[in-house]
Design a protein around this ligand. Structure first.
Ligand code: CO8
Length: 258
């Protein structure tokens, strides 16, 4: 397996696990970490033995945002011409489902990274926020867009304009988080969810992810049309035949991802 310095990479069955690992900086997202997370995630995405991913951090911090010390001297022409942070968008283009397992701080880029994932599971210790305004900037990898779609304008404006943090309960009520678990159950729960997803037909899971994501990008009518085309296409897979035969024969399905 490739050597990384700012993340740990592991696999459990068909689940690829990426753990952010810059404990001294509360997993602040520097350029090296960005490059490594994107490379590791894309490698899992290409790996036929992997069906889903988990991205997690430490007990204290999922990630406390972009690395402020690294970026403080950035200049506009350089970051603009380099398309700085552009690689993060590649996480949003992963085909396989990604579970974010968030404990502690998920601030700024950390909250944005969690929102780039598909299922967000929070420990009861999680704290979410977009505090960029306190630094004189705004979010840079989709925070103002994805947070608004997730929690609505009122709460997004509240969080982004004041820079305050919200706890896991508030995040779940607002629709950012899909479930909250006790902190010591976070990784087992996230892995169980990822394993459940990875045991499904991979083509169906990828279609499902693509179809749900389409809801954020298009009109209802277009989204329903898109879903209908993929639904029809699912009948071209061996897994559809297997899934429905297994139901009729009252046995568990055994998918081949074909
Ligand atoms: N960048 C760099 N270093 C950090 C960051 C950060 N974002 N957060 C924490 N650290 C470092 C601290 O400097 C400190 O280092 P040292 O020991 O060398 O002084 C160490 O981590 C521990 O931090 P604290 O001592 O501050 O720990 P506390 O428990 O007292 O406080 C907090 C924890 C509240 C999380 C506090 O560290 C904090 O406020 N951090 C900054 C949070 C923040 O403003 N995040 C937003 C950053 S801007 C951003 O994300 C822009 C998004 C644009 C794109 C994103 C691309 C990835």
């Amino acid at each position: 397996m490739t050597e990384y310095e700012t993340i740990l990479v592991d696999r459990k069955g068909r689940v690829g696990i990426i753990t952010l690992n810059r404990p001294k900086a509360l997993n602040a997202l520097n350029n090296q970490l960005m490059t490594e997370v994107v490379a590791a995630a894309k490698a899992f995405d290409r790996d036929p033995e992997i069906g889903s991913l988990v991205i997690t951090g430490s007990e204290k911090a999922f990630a406390a945002g972009a690395d402020i010390k690294e970026m403080q001297d950035n200049r506009f022409p350089d970051v603009y011409l380099d398309d700085w942070l552009g690689p993060w968008d590649e996480l949003g283009r992963l085909r396989k489902p990604v579970v974010a397992a968030v404990a502690g701080y998920a601030l700024g880029g950390g909250c944005e990274l969690a929102m780039l994932c598909d299922i967000l599971i929070a420990a009861d210790t999680a704290k979410f926020g977009q505090p960029e305004i306190k630094l004189g900037v705004i979010p840079g990898i989709g925070g103002s867009q994805r947070l608004t779609r997730a929690v609505g304008k009122a709460k997004a404006m509240d969080l982004c304009l004041t820079g305050r943090m919200m706890d896991a309960e508030e995040a779940e009520r607002a629709g950012l988080v899909s479930r909250i678990v006790p902190a010591d159950q976070l990784l087992p729960e996230a892995l169980a969810v990822a394993e459940t997803v990875a045991a499904m037909s991979l083509p169906a899971a990828v279609m499902m992810k693509e179809s749900v994501n389409r809801a954020f990008e298009t009109t209802l009518a277009e989204g329903v049309r898109f879903e209908r085309r993929l639904f029809h296409a699912a009948f071209a897979t061996a897994d559809q035949k297997e899934g429905m035969s297994a139901f009729a024969e009252k046995r568990p399905a055994s998918f081949t991802n074909k």
